[in-house]
Write a protein that binds this ligand. Structure first.
Ligand code: FDP
Length: 322
């Protein structure tokens, strides 16, 4: 068997600033620790509700809290990290590292509704440069274009880490002895697809353009698109986006009429931005509505929400034109 490149060798070959390599190494190691708790499930008391709600008024699962603690503790102890922010924490946490250079934002456990049914969940991480070693919340509010790295970890049939530092996208699979080995060297999203992902139960609430687009897909070969579509919805953004990185497709979590003042469900800083960085680096498009790039959205608050339409480039264009 040929020897595979591991994450450390890949990061070394990229010749990144030493602090960025260190930050990514710590985040990847924290994902291995989270994977152990996910795999332990009920045996390690990781299932069920924590009894608390987060700043967005969502019920926290025990695993949300455990994963958040693992990442926070690991990153705050990393001398080059200047501060962290997370879906599960009200405000930013500045570190007291005098050599702090990087800000790390994360969704520690994405797809929380999958935890108790043993379906895929993930972790999403975004890395920014810190303007100072004593960052304020305003320092975290940088547009997605300024990310220096983004990764997700998918705890599925295999545990995979998918990473970009702005030079393409590489995927690593966790080996039984705990090493991240490169298994997907240069991930590219096909421009065309016949697969879409959306929570169909919200159909009646969508804007008319989204209704038109999905209706066209559902009509299949008999409709305006002239081809049959398949639908998938894992209900964990990491798993749905991973499928798109592996074989193409589009993922939509659009604005809808239920709460017209709420831009969408997903969060910009630790879901939309890192996933958009990965998708664009893999040749796909990631937008709010088929047109406006998520990476160009100006952040105004830490837990800001954003509508998301991403995936195969030509299909995202179809959504824009619907
Ligand atoms: P969850 O709330 O279960 O953590 O992050 C939000 C998210 O999951 C995404 O991962 C997922 O794509 C979406 O919400 C699922 O939403 P629905 O419950 O509407 O299916």
């Amino acid at each position: 068997m040929t020897a595979r490149t591991d994450l450390a060798a890949h990061l070394a070959a990229l010749d990144l600033p030493q602090g960025l390599t260190q930050t990514l190494t710590v985040a990847a190691a924290a994902c291995v620790d989270i994977k152990a708790v996910v795999a332990g499930g009920a045996l390690v008391g990781a299932l069920g509700a924590s009894g608390a709600v987060n700043v967005q008024d969502e019920e926290q699962k025990k695993l949300d809290v455990i994963a958040n603690d693992i990442l926070t503790d690991a990153l705050m102890a990393c001398p080059v990290v200047a501060g962290v922010a997370s879906e599960e924490m009200d405000t930013v946490h500045p570190a007291t590292n005098p050599a702090g250079e990087y800000l790390v934002l994360f969704d520690p456990l994405d797809g929380s509704s999958n935890i108790d049914i043993n379906a895929p969940v993930g972790t999403i991480v975004s890395v920014l440069k810190a303007p100072s070693a004593a960052p304020t919340e305003a320092d975290f509010l940088q547009s997605g274009r300024r990310q220096v790295a983004a990764l997700y970890c998918l705890y599925g049939g295999q545990t995979m880490l998918v990473l970009t530092t702005g030079r393409g996208v590489a995927g690593f699979t966790l080996s039984p002895d705990g090493c991240w080995l490169m298994t997907h060297e240069d991930i590219r999203i096909p421009a065309d697809t016949k697969e879409f992902a959306i929570n169909m139960s919200n159909q009646r609430h969508w804007a008319e353009s989204v209704q038109r687009y999905i209706d066209g897909c559902l009509q299949g070969a008999d409709g305006p698109r002239g081809k049959n579509f398949n639908m998938r919805w894992v209900a964990a953004m990491v798993a749905d986006v991973h499928r798109i990185l592996m074989r193409g497709g589009v993922f939509l979590y659009p604005w809808d009429k239920r709460e017209p003042n709420k831009p969408g469900k997903l969060r910009l800083m630790y879901e939309g931005n890192p996933m958009s960085f990965l998708v664009e680096q893999a040749g796909g498009k990631s937008t709010t509505d088929g047109k406006q790039a998520i990476l160009d959205v100006t952040p105004t608050e830490l837990h800001q929400r954003v509508p998301v339409v991403l995936g195969s480039a030509n299909e995202v264009d179809e959504i824009a034109a619907a």
